[in-house]
Design a protein around this ligand. Structure first.
Ligand code: MEV
Length: 416
C-alpha cells in the first residue's frame, strides 16, 4: 500500500473511512468549512470563517495503540516532522503515556475580611455544606475537594489580604470550564456569608496542575543520525533547560504539536498555552517542557510533562463537525487518551525540531515545503507546482521571481 503522504486527497479520505470507520458525511466534514449559521451562533458580529489546513500525522503508537493524529496548522513541516519522529519512536515501541484524573481548580476570591485567618477556618469547617451546594449544580461533574488560602496583595495597589477558596472538581471527559465556573458562582454567596467578606472573582484556574500528562519515548540513535547528533541534541536541550530565550522557542516547537491537535479536535488552545507556560516556570525559572537524556545503548530518551485540560465531551469538540470527525479519527475514548495523544505530538514535534536544529538546520526542509506556496503564488497549477518548487528549492532561490522563471521553463518543456 502507498504511504499516506504519497496518496491523493480522495485516497487519504478513503483510507480514513476504512481505518477510522468514517461515514461519507464525516469524511466530507474534513473538507467543508463550518456553516456560517453555526459560526454566527458561536461568536458575535460574525462575518466569515477562517480556515486553516488539517492533516494527519502518521506512525504514532501510544501505549501500544496505533493512532492517526489529526493536526490543524498553517505552518509547513510540522505534520511531516511529527510523523517522522513517531516513526523513529516506534522502533523502540512508540510512546508511553499517562494522565491522571481530570481535576480542575475553581477559585472564589473573598476580600474586605476583618480576620482572614479566622474566615479561612470558618470556611473550611463548612466544607461539606459548600461541596453539596456545588454538587447540586451538576450530575456529571463532581466537586471532590475544597481548600482555602490566604493571599497577600503584592501589587502596588495595596488592596490588603484576601481569602481564595478553591474547589477541586473532577470534570471527567469534559474540559470543564463551564461546570467549574457554575459551581464557583453557586457557592459564592454562602462563602461571602461564612467569611464575612465580599466575593469578587468566581472562575476556574487554567493552571491545571492536577491534570498533568506525561509521555516518554526512546529514539533510535542511528535513525537520528548517529552518536554525534545525539550529543548535539543534548547540547540543544541543555540550553533550553538553562536559558529562557532558548526555552521559549524550544517550547514553541512543543506547542506546534500540542496546539495543532488541540485545534483539530476543538480544544481551548489558549487555556492549554497559558497553563503550559506557567508550568514551564514551576520551579521559579522558565524551562523546557521536555527533558532529554542519553538512554540505553546511546539512544535518545525524552519525556514531556505538562498540564492538559482537554475534553472529548461538551464544548466545541461536540458542536464542530470537523472537530468531531478528528476525534473519531484519533479514536480516543476519554479526555485522558486525548491528552496523551497531544503530549505525544508535542514530544515528537520537539524531537524533530531539535534534531534538525542540531544537525542540518531547519531552513532547508522548511524552504523545500515553502517553495510549493511560492510556486502557486507565481501561477503554477496542478503538477507544475511540484516541478517549480523542486527547481527553485534545488537552486536555493525560493522567491516569486525565480518561481515565475522556473514556471515558464516548465511550460516550455511540456510544450515541446
Ligand atoms: C518553529 O515553528 C519551531 C522551532 O523554532 C522550534 C525550535 O526552535 O525548537 C523550530
Amino acid at each position: 500500500m502507498r504511504k499516506f503522504y504519497e496518496m491523493g486527497r480522495e485516497e487519504r479520505l478513503a483510507f480514513l473511512k476504512d481505518s477510522a470507520g468514517l461515514s461519507d458525511e464525516e469524511a466530507t466534514a474534513f473538507g467543508s468549512a463550518l456553516a456560517f449559521d453555526d459560526a454566527n451562533r458561536m461568536v458575535e458580529n460574525a462575518v466569515g470563517i477562517m480556515s486553516i489546513p488539517l492533516g494527519i500525522a502518521t506512525n504514532f503508537v501510544i501505549n501500544g495503540v496505533e493512532r492517526l493524529i489529526p493536526m490543524a496548522i498553517e505552518e509547513p513541516s510540522v505534520i511531516a516532522a511529527a510523523s517522522k519522529a513517531a516513526k523513529i519512536a516506534r522502533i523502540n515501541g512508540g510512546f508511553t503515556a499517562e494522565a491522571g484524573k481530570s481535576l480542575m481548580t475553581g477559585q472564589v476570591q473573598v476580600v474586605s475580611i476583618k480576620n482572614v485567618a479566622l474566615a479561612r477556618r470558618r470556611v473550611l469547617a463548612k466544607r461539606k455544606e459548600l461541596l453539596a451546594i456545588a454538587n447540586a449544580k451538576s450530575r456529571s461533574v463532581k466537586a471532590v475537594g475544597m481548600q482555602a488560602r490566604v493571599v497577600r496583595d503584592s501589587s502596588k495597589n495595596k488592596m490588603g489580604q484576601m481569602l481564595v477558596v478553591e474547589l477541586i472538581i473532577d470534570t471527567r471527559d469534559a474540559m470543564g470550564a463551564n461546570a467549574v465556573n457554575t459551581m464557583c458562582e453557586a457557592i459564592a454567596p454562602r462563602v461571602a456569608e461564612i467569611a464575612e467578606g465580599d466575593v469578587v472573582l468566581k472562575i476556574l484556574s487554567n493552571y491545571a496542575t492536577r491534570r498533568v500528562t506525561k509521555c516518554r519515548a526512546v529514539f533510535d540513535r542511528e535513525e537520528l543520525g548517529g552518536k554525534e547528533v545525539v550529543e548535539r541534541i543534548l547540547h540543544a536541550y541543555a540550553l533550553a533547560y538553562s536559558d529562557v530565550y532558548r526555552a521559549v522557542t524550544h517550547n514553541k516547537g512543543v506547542m506546534n504539536g500540542v496546539d495543532a491537535v488541540a485545534l483539530a479536535t476543538g480544544q481551548d488552545f489558549r487555556a492549554i498555552e497559558a497553563g503550559a507556560h506557567a508550568y514551564a516556570a514551576r520551579d521559579g525559572t522558565y524551562r523546557s517542557l521536555t527533558r532529554w537524556w542519553r538512554g540505553k545503548g546511546g539512544d535518545l530518551a525524552g519525556e514531556i510533562e505538562m498540564p492538559l485540560a482537554v475534553g472529548t465531551v461538551g464544548g466545541v469538540a461536540n458542536v464542530h463537525p470537523t472537530a468531531r470527525t478528528a476525534l473519531k479519527v484519533l479514536g480516543v475514548k476519554s479526555a485522558q487518551e486525548l491528552a496523551m495523544a497531544m503530549a505525544a505530538a508535542g514530544l515528537a514535534q520537539n524531537l524533530s525540531a531539535i534534531r534538525a536544529l542540531a544537525s542540518e538546520g531547519i531552513q532547508k526542509g522548511h524552504m523545500r515545503l515553502h517553495a510549493r506556496n511560492i510556486a502557486a503564488m507565481a501561477g503554477a497549477k496542478g503538477g507544475e507546482i511540484d516541478a517549480v518548487a523542486k527547481k527553485i528549492a534545488d537552486e536555493g532561490a525560493v522567491n516569486v521571481d525565480a518561481a515565475k522563471k522556473a514556471l515558464s521553463g516548465v511550460r516550455q518543456a511540456s510544450a515541446r
